[in-house]
Design a binder for this molecule. Structure first.
Ligand SMILES: [Zn+2]
Length: 286
């Protein structure tokens, strides 16, 4: 199955989109932590001179939830399942990814009752859809804990052997995979491609490539303020404030695309400062 444009009406700008905002419950959850230096995850030349980029930092692994009036419970990214607590430090990651993390001295941790399923049970969340910002394993490692019929949606440009190696067995047994054709989206400045996912203006995929080939940010058009999930298009709140750029997994072209996408998000923030911005590796929002 594929999600393409054409369902909803056309909008000239985000102000018009925000006029059709709806009351939708939203929550952000931390499912574990990554201990690492910034080195493997950022463009070194963008790190402020006075910052020691070799120091080990701990970053949360976030998962987001909102309740759509018709489609029900929706997740954005999946964080970690319980295997990271039961089988530390790398839980259900593939050996390919574990080798990369070991070579970068990175460690994953998870406290008791921090995993995806614990949060879902505690808050009586029954996800009908999970939308992924991108196919890196720290975003897909909760998927094994989801029901087999939960629809898993991600950018069609990440349906490749490269990203299948990254995610290993995370999507195994999932019967309803849905690819998002962001290229069919419309330009709503400053974003080049924005896709009205359900055709009702409530939930948008936003093209933000660079960190990965077809990285998507998402906008939840809720009240009192809309919410932008930046995923890994930005490191965190500090990174956005200090003009840090994330690393890429496809070379020089990817680095430039990271920079272009981050500049679009920063421009959007200056145009619509009332919109909350959340990051995949920060418990604070902008
Ligand atoms: Zn990532």
């Amino acid at each position: 199955m594929q999600i393409s444009n054409g369902l909803g009406k056309k909008y000239r700008n985000w102000r018009d989109v925000f006029k059709v905002s709806r009351q939708m419950e939203f929550r952000a959850f931390n499912t574990g932590s990554i201990a690492s230096s910034l080195k493997p995850y950022t463009q070194q030349e963008s790190i402020p001179n006075n910052f020691d980029s070799s120091q080990i930092l701990s970053s949360p692994v976030m998962m987001f939830y909102f309740k759509h009036p018709k489609k029900g419970d929706i997740l954005i990214d999946s964080g970690f399942d319980k295997s990271f607590h039961d089988n530390p430090p790398f839980g259900n990651l593939s050996s390919f990814v574990i080798d990369f993390l070991n070579s970068n001295n990175a460690r994953y941790t998870q406290k008791k009752d921090e995993d995806l399923l614990f949060h879902l049970k505690k808050h009586k969340i029954h996800p009908s859809h999970t939308f992924l910002t991108h196919m890196h394993p720290d975003h897909t490692a909760g998927i094994p804990a989801l029901p087999s019929l939960c629809r898993i949606c991600y950018g069609k440009g990440e349906n490749s052997s490269h990203y299948k190696r990254m995610t290993g067995d995370h999507l195994k047994g999932k019967k309803d995979i849905c690819l998002i054709d962001i290229d069919s989206g419309d330009a709503i400045p400053p974003f080049n491609k924005a896709l009205d996912i359900f055709g009702d203006g409530t939930f948008w995929a936003l093209s933000t490539p660079g960190h990965t080939k077809d990285h998507l940010a998402y906008l939840i058009n809720t009240v009192p303020t809309p919410i932008l999930i930046a995923g890994d298009a930005e490191l965190n709140k500090w990174g956005m404030e200090n003009c840090v750029f994330m690393n890429t997994d496809y070379g020089y072209k990817g680095k430039l695309e990271v920079q272009a996408s981050a500049k679009i998000i920063r421009k959007f923030h200056s145009m619509y400062p009332q919109v909350q911005i959340w990051f995949s590796h920060d418990e604070a929002s902008f």
